[in-house]
Design a protein around this ligand. Structure first.
Ligand SMILES: [Zn+2]
Length: 322
C-alpha cells in the first residue's frame, strides 16, 4: 500500500514537471532579457517587466485549450535523418511542399513558429499597439526559449525510449530552480540586431539537437555511479515537500553537464532580447515613450486571465505530454 502511494505521489510530481523550461525559468528569462534592451525600448519594457515575467508561460497554459498549440513548442529533428539534417528544408513553404503541413506539425514546428511570431511582433510595433506588443513579446520569448532546450529537439523528449522518464523536467525545471538563484550568472551584454532571424533560430535548434545526446547520456552514466537510494529525496519545492531528484543528485548532474543549463538559459535571454529588438528596428523604431504609461483595459485583462482560469481548472494537456 505504502509503495503504491509513493508511486502515485511520484507520478503527480512528474506531471508537475511537464512544462517547457519550467515556469520558473521561463519567467526569469523574460525578466532578464529586458535589461539587454536599448533605452528607447527599456522605457516601455521596464514598467511592464512583471507582465512579461508572469505571461512567459501563457503558451504552455494554452496547450490545455488549443489543439494546435502543442507543435509550436518543439521539433523532433531526429525524425529527419542525421545531423545537420540536410533533407529538411529550413523555409516553411519548401518544408510544407516536401512533407505536408500535417506531417510537419506532428513532429513540431518551433523554428518556424518563432519566425511567425517575429512578424506578429513587428506588426504590433508598427501599429504601436500596446497590448499586442506586450502579449507577443511575452509569447515569442517562450518559443525562442523552448528552442534552446535540447530535449525540445528530440523524439526521446522525456527519456521515455531509454528508461529515463522525468529527465525533461529534471533538466529544465529542477536544475534551474535549485541553482539559478544561487550560482547562475545573468549579466549579459546587450541585444544585437538579427540580420537573418531564420538562420539564427535554426542554428540554436541545431545546437540543441547536438546537446540532446549529452543530456541523456550523462544522466544515464550518473545513475550508474550514484547510490540508488540517494537519487530521489523528499525535499522542498515551492513550499511543499515532494519526492524529487535529490539536491545532491541535481548538483552532480549539473557539474557533469559542465553548466549546460546555465549556458542555455543565458543564450535564451540574449536571443529573446535580440528578437524583441529586431522586431522594433524592422518596424522603423517607433517611439515607445507615449506607450510607456498605457495600461491594459479591464476587458483585456479578463481575456488574458481566462487562459489562466482554464489552466487552473486543470483540464488535460492536448497533444503530446512531456
Ligand atoms: Zn513551451
Amino acid at each position: 500500500m505504502k509503495t503504491k502511494l509513493i508511486i502515485f505521489l511520484f507520478l503527480i510530481l512528474l506531471c508537475q514537471y511537464s512544462f517547457s523550461w519550467g515556469f520558473y525559468a521561463h519567467g526569469k528569462i523574460n525578466y532578464y532579457a529586458v535589461f539587454l534592451l536599448p533605452p528607447e525600448m527599456m522605457v516601455l519594457y521596464k514598467p511592464n517587466i512583471s507582465f512579461l515575467e508572469e505571461h512567459a508561460t501563457d503558451p504552455d497554459k494554452r496547450r490545455y485549450a488549443v489543439p494546435d498549440e502543442g507543435p509550436r513548442h518543439f521539433i523532433d529533428i531526429d525524425h529527419y535523418g542525421k545531423f545537420p539534417y540536410p533533407d529538411l528544408p529550413r523555409k516553411w513553404k519548401a518544408a510544407v511542399e516536401k512533407y505536408s503541413e500535417d506531417s510537419l506539425k506532428a513532429h513540431g514546428i518551433v523554428p518556424w513558429h518563432v519566425q511567425a511570431m517575429l512578424n506578429r511582433l513587428t506588426i504590433a510595433f508598427s501599429k504601436k499597439d500596446f497590448t499586442a506588443i506586450m502579449k507577443n513579446s511575452a509569447e515569442i520569448a517562450h518559443y525562442i526559449s523552448d528552442a534552446h532546450v535540447p530535449l525540445h529537439t528530440s523524439s526521446n523528449h522525456n527519456g521515455q525510449l531509454t528508461n529515463q522518464k522525468g529527465i525533461h523536467g529534471f533538466w529544465e525545471s529542477r536544475v534551474p530552480e535549485l541553482l539559478a538563484e544561487k550560482q547562475f550568472d545573468f549579466l549579459i551584454g546587450k541585444a544585437d540586431y538579427l540580420k537573418d532571424p531564420g538562420d539564427f533560430i535554426w542554428k540554436r535548434i541545431l545546437e540543441s539537437a547536438t546537446a540532446a545526446d549529452s543530456v541523456l547520456t550523462i544522466e544515464r552514466e550518473l545513475t550508474q555511479q550514484f547510490p540508488q537510494d540517494k537519487k530521489y529525496a523528499f525535499e522542498d519545492r515551492n513550499g511543499k515537500i515532494v519526492k524529487q531528484y535529490s539536491s545532491a543528485y541535481t548538483i552532480a548532474y549539473n557539474n557533469k553537464l559542465d553548466d549546460m543549463v546555465e549556458r542555455r538559459m543565458r543564450q535564451s535571454i540574449y536571443a529573446v532580447a535580440c528578437f524583441w529588438y529586431t522586431a522594433w528596428v524592422n518596424a522603423g523604431q517607433p517611439d515607445l515613450k507615449e506607450l510607456a504609461h498605457q495600461h491594459f483595459s479591464n476587458d483585456e485583462l479578463i481575456s488574458i486571465d481566462s487562459l489562466n482560469q482554464q489552466w487552473k481548472e486543470g483540464s488535460r494537456m492536448l497533444g503530446r505530454e512531456e
